[in-house]
Design a protein around this ligand. Structure first.
Ligand SMILES: Nc1nc2c(c(=O)[nH]1)N[C@H]1C(S)=C(S)[C@@H](COP(=O)(O)OP(=O)(O)OC[C@H]3O[C@@H](n4cnc5c(=O)[nH]c(N)nc54)[C@H](O)[C@@H]3O)O[C@H]1N2
Ligand SMILES: Nc1nc2c(c(=O)[nH]1)N[C@H]1C(S)=C(S)[C@@H](COP(=O)(O)OP(=O)(O)OC[C@H]3O[C@@H](n4cnc5c(=O)[nH]c(N)nc54)[C@H](O)[C@@H]3O)O[C@H]1N2
Ligand code: SF4
Ligand SMILES: [Mo]
Length: 895
C-alpha cells in the first residue's frame, strides 16, 4: 500500500471564540502536527497552549465509535429509526412542546442551522436552546436592547488601535490568550496605551493592567452607571451624537443620578481615588474599547451590566469608529454562528425575531415548512425544569455536557434520569451526561468534520476535515438531517454536504432583506461545493456584490424602529445578599488556562493536564486562617444545594470574602468536584442567563486520615478514596488522594490502585509516618504511591519522571522510596510552560542566575517562546523571585 503523502490543511481551532486559523499537517505516517495559520486574520500565525496541543487530543482513546441503545452497540438505521420514532410518537401524543433539543456553541453553523430548522419549522416548537444561554445570552439581550439587533460593533484591529482597553469580567490572558497577546504586543509598541482590568480577582490578565480595580462581585452596574453620571457632570458627553443618533438619554441619566460617589464606593468596593482615576481616564480617551465576558454576562444583572457599559459608549459616541466600542468577546468557537442561525429558544433564523409575525411568515415561506414555532421556547434552565416536571418527554442533548455545566447540576442529572427518552450526541461516552442517555449517537470530532464557525469579530471561517472519520461516527448535521428525514421531512433535509446547508443559510440571510437585518451573507447564497472548500475567512455582513464591513454602526444607523440606538435606564439595585446566613463567602467560578470546559478533550493531553493537576479553591490568606485551612489541605465547599471537595490554594490574588473554584472538574476526573452542584439556578430576568458567579457559600477544612499521591502507568478502573483527582501525565496517570479513614491494609489499597499483579516494595518512615510504595511488573515500574498523615510533600514532576526514567533498575528503587530527587536529579517544579514542559523551579533558577525579563527567561529555558500563554506567570515568578515547592507546587503555578 502506498504511504499517503504529507498534506497541509487550513482549518480553525475548535476552542475559544478568538477563532484562530490552524494549519494541520498530516505526515506521511499519519501523525498530525498543528501550527498557527500566518494568513488567518484572527491570529496571524499565533496559537495558545490549547491550540498548540490540539494534536494530542485527536486520539481514539475513549471515543464513541458506534450508536448505542441502552448501552448496547447498534447500527445507524436502528438508532435513527428509534430516535425519529420516539420523537414522532411523543409529538403526536403530547404535542410539539413535549420535546426539546439542548445544543451547543460548539456546533458548526451547519449543524446548528439544521437543528433549528427541524425544531422551529418542522416540529413546530421553539424548545431548542443552547449552552450559549449560559454564556452569551446577556450580551445578546443587551445588544438587542441597545442596537435593535444582536451586533458586535467592532473588530480585533480596534484592540491594536485603542489608547485605552477596559477589560470587565474577562480573564483574557487565559480565556482568549491570542487576543490578550495582541493587546500586550500593542502596548509594548505604544507604551502610552493603557489597560484597566475590572475583576474581583487579580488574575493573570492583571499582568498587563495599568490599573486593576478589584471590584466587589456584581458591582459592575453601579460602576458604569457611576461612570455615566461622571461623564455628564464633567461635560464629557457627545451631545451631538446623543441628540442625533440615540434615544432615551434623559431617562438613563435620571437613573444614574440616584447614585453618588459615597454609594459608589460602597457598592463597588473601589476607593474614591481609584474610581475617579478610572473615570477620568475613560473621559479623556477617545480610542477606548471596553471588552467584557463572563464576569458581566453570568449574573442576575448581566443584561443591565451590558447596557450600563454600552450606555457609556453611546453617551460619548465612542462606537463604530477605529479603536473604540463596547466589545463582547464570545466564549465558544461558534457562539456567534449559533446566534446567526437563531439557535436559541427566543430567536428565529438569520437575525429574525420569533415575536414578529411577518418574520415568522417569511422564514416559514423560505423553508416551505408545514408550521413555524409561534412563541418563545424554554430557555436552558426552564428546559431542564420542564424535563424534571414531566413537560418534556423526549430530550436530545448535542455537543454539551449539562450534568457538569448547568447550575443545580445534580437536579439536572435527576431530571435527565426521570425523562422517558434521552438522546445524547457526543464524541465520547465518557461524560457525566452521556452515561445517563438511552440512546448515544457517535459524532464526528474536530479534524473529521467540515463546516463553518464565526468568531468574536464576526469572521466566518471554515473548519476542514483532515482525518478519516473513525468507526461509525458521523457529523452532527448528518445525524440531525437523517432523523428529520425519518420523521417525514425528507424534502427539506436531503442535504448531501455542509456546503448545501451553508448556501441555504446564506440565502435565508439575504431573503427579502434590503437592509432591515444586518446579518446578510448573500454573497454566499449560490456558493457551490468547490467555492465552499476554498472559502477564505471573511467578516459579515457581506451581502451579494458587496464587501465585508469591519465596523458596524459607523453611519450612526441602528436596527431599532427609529433607527437610533437606545439608552437603557439601568437601575442600581442593592447587590444580592452574599452574606446569607451560614454562607459568609462569595463563590466565584470560571476557567483555568489549559483546560477546556468539562475536559473531554484537554483532559486527554498530558501537556495540558500539568498546569493544574486537580480541582482547587483559591482563598485569601486571612479567610484561610479564619476557617483554619492550611495550604494544600482539602476543603469542603458547600452551599444550600450540596458540597464538593477541593484542594486549598491560598493566595492574596483572591479578594477577602471571595473564593474561586474552576468549572472544569467532573466525575470523570475527580471524586466530588462538579462546582455546578453548588450553583443555584438564579437567572437574569431579561436574558434567562444563569448567575454562575457570586454565589453564597461556606468552607470547612476536611481532615483526612491519610493523604496520598500516586503515579500510575495504567488508568485505575476504580479508586476507593474519599477524595481523588485524576490527570494524564507523561507515561501514565497521576492521582491525588485522601481517605477519611485509614485503610485496613495499606498494601492492598495500593495494589487495587495500581492494578495488575505488581511486586510491591514499601518503605515506612516511622518518624514522619510516611509510607512509600514502588510497584513493578517484570522489573518495569507500574506505580509509585506515597501515603502520609498530612498532605504529601513530594515533588509531583519528579515523581512522574520516575515512571518513565530510563534507569528504573533496582539501584534506582532506593531513590524512589526516598521520595525525593537524588543528588543528581533536579526538581523542575510545577509546569508553567506547557509547550516546552518548563517547571517553576527551572524558571526561578533562571531568574536567580540573572534573567530579569520574560525574554531572557525564554532564551535561557525556552519557556514562553512558543505560544506565549505562560508569559504572565513567568513575569509573576520574576516579580516574586521565588516559588514554593512541595505539595502545593502542583497547584500554584498561577498564584
Ligand atoms: N482556557 C480556557 N479558555 C476558554 C474556555 C475554557 O474553558 N478554558 N472557555 C471559553 C468560553 S465558552 C468562555 S464563555 C470564555 C470565558 O472567558 P472569561 O469570561 O474571561 O472567563 P471566566 O473565568 O469564566 O470569567 C472571567 C472573570 O470574571 C470574573 N468575575 C466574576 N464575577 C465578577 C463580577 O461580578 N464582576 C466582574 N467585573 N468580574 C467578575 C472572574 O473572577 C473571572 O476572572 O472563555 C473561553 N475560553
Ligand atoms: N459554574 C460555572 N458553570 C459554567 C460556566 C462557568 O463559568 N461557571 N460557564 C458556562 C459556559 S460560558 C459554557 S460555554 C458552558 C460549557 O459547558 P459544556 O458545553 O457542557 O462543556 P463542554 O465540555 O465544552 O461540552 C461539550 C461536549 O460536546 C462534546 N463534543 C465535542 N465535539 C463534538 C462534536 O463535534 N459533536 C458533538 N455532538 N459533541 C461534541 C464534548 O465531548 C463534550 O461532552 O459551561 C457553562 N457552565
Ligand atoms: S486563542 Fe487559543 S484556544 Fe482560542 S482559538 Fe486561538 S488557539 Fe484556539
Ligand atoms: Mo461559554
Amino acid at each position: 500500500m502506498d504511504m499517503p503523502s504529507p498534506r497541509s490543511i487550513k482549518t480553525t481551532c475548535p476552542y475559544c471564540g478568538v477563532g484562530c486559523g490552524v494549519i494541520a499537517e498530516v505526515q506521511a505516517g499519519g501523525d498530525v502536527r498543528v501550527r498557527g495559520d500566518p494568513d488567518h486574520p484572527a491570529n496571524f500565525g499565533r496559537l495558545c497552549s490549547k491550540g498548540s496541543s490540539l494534536a494530542e487530543t485527536i486520539g481514539l482513546e475513549d471515543r464513541l465509535l458506534s450508536p448505542r441503545v441502552h448501552g448496547a452497540p447498534t447500527d445507524w438505521n436502528k438508532a435513527l429509526d428509534l430516535v425519529a420514532g420516539k420523537f414522532g410518537q411523543t409529538i403526536r401524543e403530547h404535542g410539539p412542546d413535549s420535546v426539546a433539543f439542548y445544543v451547543s456553541g460548539q456546533f458548526l453553523t451547519e449543524d446548528y442551522y439544521v437543528a433549528n430548522k427541524l425544531m422551529k419549522g418542522f416540529i413546530g416548537s421553539a424548545n431548542i436552546d443552547s449552552n450559549s444561554r449560559l454564556c452569551m445570552a446577556s450580551s445578546v439581550a443587551g445588544h438587542r436592547r441597545a442596537f435593535g439587533s444582536d451586533t458586535v460593533p467592532g473588530c480585533y484591529e480596534d484592540l491594536d488601535l485603542a489608547d485605552l482597553v477596559v477589560l470587565v469580567g474577562s480573564n483574557l490572558a487565559w480565556c482568549h490568550p491570542v487576543l490578550y497577546q495582541r493587546i500586550a504586543a500593542a502596548k509594548e509598541r505604544r507604551p502610552t496605551m493603557k489597560v484597566v482590568l475590572i475583576d474581583p480577582r487579580r488574575t493573570a490578565t492583571a499582568d498587563i493592567a495599568d490599573m486593576h480595580l478589584a471590584i466587589k462581585p456584581d458591582g459592575d452596574v453601579p460602576l458604569f452607571v457611576g461612570l455615566l453620571r461622571f461623564l455628564a457632570r464633567n461635560r464629557k458627553l457627545n451631545k451631538t451624537y446623543i441628540r442625533t443618533r440615540t434615544s432615551g438619554f434623559t431617562e438613563a441619566l435620571g437613573a444614574a443620578d440616584a447614585i453618588d460617589l459615597y454609594a459608589l464606593v460602597r457598592l463597588t468596593g473601589i476607593s474614591a481615588t481609584d474610581l475617579e482615576r478610572f473615570f477620568e481616564l475613560f473621559a479623556a480617551t477617545e480610542r477606548t474599547v471596553t471588552v467584557y465576558s463572563q464576569g458581566v454576562n453570568q449574573s442576575t444583572t448581566g443584561t443591565d451590566k451590558v447596557n450600563a457599559i454600552i450606555n457609556c459608549h453611546l453617551a460619548t459616541g465612542l462606537i463604530g469608529r477605529p479603536g473604540m466600542g463596547p466589545f463582547s468577546v464570545t466564549g465558544q468557537p461558534n457562539a456567534m454562528g449559533g446566534r446567526e442561525v437563531g439557535g436559541l429558544a427566543n430567536m428565529l433564523a438569520a437575525h429574525m425575531a420569533i415575536e414578529s409575525a411577518p418574520d415568522r411568515e417569511r422564514v416559514q415561506r423560505f423553508w416551505r415548512s408545514p408550521r413555524i414555532a409561534e412563541k418563545t421556547g424554554l430557555k436552558a434552565v426552564d428546559m431542564f425544569r420542564g424535563v424534571a416536571d414531566g413537560r418534556i418527554k423526549a430530550l436530545w442533548i448535542m455537543a454539551t455536557n449539562p450534568v457538569v455545566s448547568m447550575p443545580e447540576a445534580e437536579n439536572v442529572a435527576a431530571a435527565i434520569r426521570t425523562c422517558p427518552f434521552v438522546v445524547v450526541s457526543d464524541i465520547t461516552a465518557a461524560t457525566d451526561t452521556a452515561r445517563l442517555a438511552h440512546v448515544l449517537l457517535p459524532a464526528a470530532a474536530w479534524g473529521e468534520k467540515s463546516g463553518t464557525v464565526t468568531n468574536s469579530e464576526r469572521c466566518i471561517s471554515r473548519q476542514r476535515s483532515f482525518l478519516q472519520t473513525p468507526g461509525d461516527a458521523r457529523p452532527d448535521w448528518w445525524i440531525i438531517s437523517q432523523v428529520a428525514c425519518r420523521m417525514g421531512h425528507g424534502a427539506a433535509f436531503s442535504y448531501n454536504d455542509p456546503a448545501e446547508i451553508f448556501a441555504e443559510h446564506a440565502a435565508l440571510s439575504a431573503f427579502e432583506n434590503i437592509g432591515q437585518r444586518d446579518f446578510n451573507i448573500g454573497s454566499c447564497a449560490a456558493i457551490n461545493y468547490e467555492q465552499y472548500e476554498d472559502l477564505a475567512p471573511f467578516q459579515w455582513p457581506r451581502p451579494a456584490n458587496r464587501q465585508s464591513v469591519a465596523r458596524m454602526f459607523n453611519d450612526g444607523r441602528f436596527h431599532t424602529l427609529s433607527g437610533k440606538a437606545s439608552f437603557v435606564p439601568v437601575q442600581v439595585a442593592a447587590p444580592a445578599a452574599t452574606n446569607a446566613m451560614g454562607f459568609p463567602l462569595t463563590l466565584n467560578t470560571g476557567r483555568v488556562r489549559d483546560h477546556w470546559h468539562t475536559m473531554t478533550r484537554t483532559g486527554k493531553s498530558q501537556r495540558l493536564s500539568q498546569h493544574y493537576g486537580e480541582p482547587f479553591i483559591e482563598i485569601h490568606p486571612e479567610d484561610a486562617a479564619r476557617f483554619h485551612i492550611g495550604d494544600a489541605e482539602l476543603v469542603r465547599v458547600s452551599t444550600g444545594l450540596g458540597a464538593i471537595l477541593v484542594r486549598a490554594l491560598i493566595t492574596p490574588r483572591q479578594q477577602l470574602g471571595s473564593i474561586f473554584v474552576p468549572m472544569h472538574w467532573n466525575d470523570m476526573f475527580a471524586s466530588r468536584a462538579r462546582v455546578d452542584v453548588l450553583v443555584p439556578s438564579l437567572t437574569d430576568p431579561v436574558s434567562g442567563q444563569p448567575a454562575l458567579k457570586n454565589i453564597p457559600a461556606r468552607v470547612e477544612r476536611f481532615t483526612a486520615a491519610t493523604y496520598g499521591f500516586a503515579v500510575l502507568r495504567r488508568k485505575p478502573s476504580k479508586i476507593d478514596a474519599t477524595y481523588w483527582a485524576l490527570a494524564k501525565c507523561h507515561g501514565g496517570w497521576r492521582v491525588e488522594l485522601a481517605l477519611a479513614a485509614n485503610p485496613e491494609d495499606l498494601s492492598e489499597f495500593v495494589l487495587a490502585l495500581v492494578g495488575g499483579t505488581a511486586d510491591v516494595i514499601a518503605y515506612h518512615d516511622r518518624q514522619s509516618g510516611h509510607t512509600r510504595f514502588a510497584c513493578y511488573e517484570d522489573g518495569i515500574p507500574t506505580g509509585v504511591v506515597f501515603l502520609a498523615p498530612q498532605p504529601v510533600a513530594v515533588s509531583r514532576e519528579w515523581a512522574i519522571s520516575q515512571l518513565t526514567h530510563p534507569d528504573c533498575g533496582s539501584r534506582k528503587r532506593s531513590t524512589v522510596l526516598a521520595g525525593r530527587p537524588g543528588s543528581s536529579a533536579a526538581d523542575r517544579g510545577a509546569t508553567v510552560c506547557a509547550c516546552f514542559a518548563v517547571g517553576a523551579n527551572e524558571i526561578a533558577a533562571a531568574v536567580a542566575s540573572g534573567c530579569s525579563t520574560v525574554a531572557a527567561v525564554g532564551t535561557a529555558t525556552q519557556a514562553g517562546t512558543n505560544c506565549g500563554s505562560c508569559r504572565p506567570e513567568i513575569r509573576n515568578i520574576i516579580e516574586r523571585a521565588e516559588r514554593p515547592t512541595g505539595p502545593q507546587a502542583a497547584l500554584v503555578a498561577s498564584s
